[in-house]
Design a protein around this ligand. Structure first.
Ligand code: IPM
Ligand code: MG
Length: 366
């Protein structure tokens, strides 16, 4: 008999517990083949253990088949030392699990075309994938810190740094994904001002010429890419970019879909000999402390993150398809959480949205 798959849930802070709670119900509804565990991360872990990620939780994440994280951070912990902030818990997880490839799909559901601030003809049918490098660049580069100079001025330093192998492994993920989609990759960098950007561009091009000649490759400066994303987002298929530009461009792409509340993500490590990849799934939206605890948050990003987990970690592509079409039908039916509410639609709570998705899944199964 196949062993149960171990899924670790780390709800975290703000709306994290509310949205992960709905994803958990959906996962439980999928059957008994899972061992579902829960742990703490971010501010929740700081309050309980004095650190945003304990070694024990890290060990459980390493042992799990997949991790689903809600969100971290909030005003309560804003004044903490940089090294002890909730965000450090997430960054440490990414780094220690070596989750170098962050997949952030931006899909505009037909039912939500009106929810975007952009014109329907610009975003209708949009389906792009941002592949963000996640364990390198300025997020982790040394030296870093704040120092006081002899003249009393203070100086803040961060380092943007990439090596050949870091660039090639994330670019390979982007090319492989493109082969299963529209066979087009756009690489975004700032090769016009940064040496690390020159290297990025050269290495992506080299890898393309060696191995991925069947995929169309273009390069864009990251600022132009930001502009093109709102001007004509449908020109893109897969965008590959570094950690910082990817952070920014993926938030921007999120708004094209109507709401950040719709956006799932997957962070993947390298495949081992058996094909297993460490992976962490999380909604892109963050902890949204202003609406936390009010049961109005949109659980769809967390539920779609679960769908990505089924597809990329648990070898359950058919279940992932079912879940995604269940979400689509719920939206077609007119139910909306506050963030995607529109005229003539029915506003529902976080839990009610979960109920509706579960209801559609059961209908499909029947
Ligand atoms: C994201 C977030 C994180 C990041 C924060 C919470 C550390 O903005 O996942 O995009 O900057 O990577
Ligand atoms: Mg971000």
């Amino acid at each position: 008999m196949a062993r149960n798959r171990r899924v670790l849930l780390l709800p975290g802070d703000g709306i994290g517990p509310e949205v992960v709670g709905q994803a958990r119900r959906v996962l439980e509804g999928l059957g008994t083949g899972f061992e579902i565990e829960e742990g703490q991360v971010g501010g929740a872990s700081i309050d309980a253990h004095g650190t945003p990620l304990t070694d024990a939780t890290l060990a459980r994440a390493k042992a799990a088949d997949a991790v689903l994280l809600g969100a971290v951070g909030g005003p309560k912990w804003d004044k903490l030392d940089f090294a002890n902030k909730p965000e450090r818990g997430l960054l440490r997880l990414r780094k220690e699990l070596d989750l170098f490839a962050n997949l952030r799909p931006a899909i505009c559901f037909a039912a939500l075309v009106e929810a975007s601030t952009l014109k329907p003809e610009v975003v209708g049918g949009l389906d792009i994938m941002i592949v963000r490098e996640l364990t390198g660049g300025v997020y982790f580069g040394q030296p870093r810190g704040i120092e006081t100079l002899a003249n009393g001025e203070r100086r803040g330093v961060n380092t943007q740094v990439y090596t050949t192998s870091e660039i090639r492994r994330v670019a390979a993920v982007a090319f492989e994904l493109a082969r299963k989609r529209g066979r087009k990759v756009c690489s975004a960098d700032k090769a016009n001002v940064m040496e690390s950007g020159v290297l990025w561009r050269e290495e992506v091009q080299k890898l393309h010429d060696e191995t991925y000649g069947d995929v169309e490759l273009g390069h864009m400066y990251a600022d132009n890419c930001a502009m093109q994303l709102v001007r004509d987002p449908k020109q893109f298929d897969v965008i590959v970019t570094d950690n910082l530009f990817g952070d920014i461009l993926s938030d921007e792409a999120g708004m094209l879909t109507g709401s950040l509340g719709m956006l799932p993500s997957a962070s993947l490590g390298a495949a081992d000999a058996s094909g297993f990849r460490r992976a962490l799934y999380e909604p892109v939206h963050g902890s949204a402390p202003d609406i936390a605890g009010r049961e109005i948050a949109n659980p769809i990003a967390a539920i779609l993150s679960l769908a990505m987990m089924l597809r990329y970690s648990l070898d359950m592509a058919a279940a992932a398809d079912h879940l995604e079409s269940a979400v689509r039908r719920v939206l077609d039916g007119g139910a909306r959480t506050a963030d995607i509410m529109g005229p003539g639609k029915v506003q529902v709570s976080t839990a009610r949205m979960g109920d509706l998705v579960m209801g559609e899944l059961t209908k499909q199964a029947a």
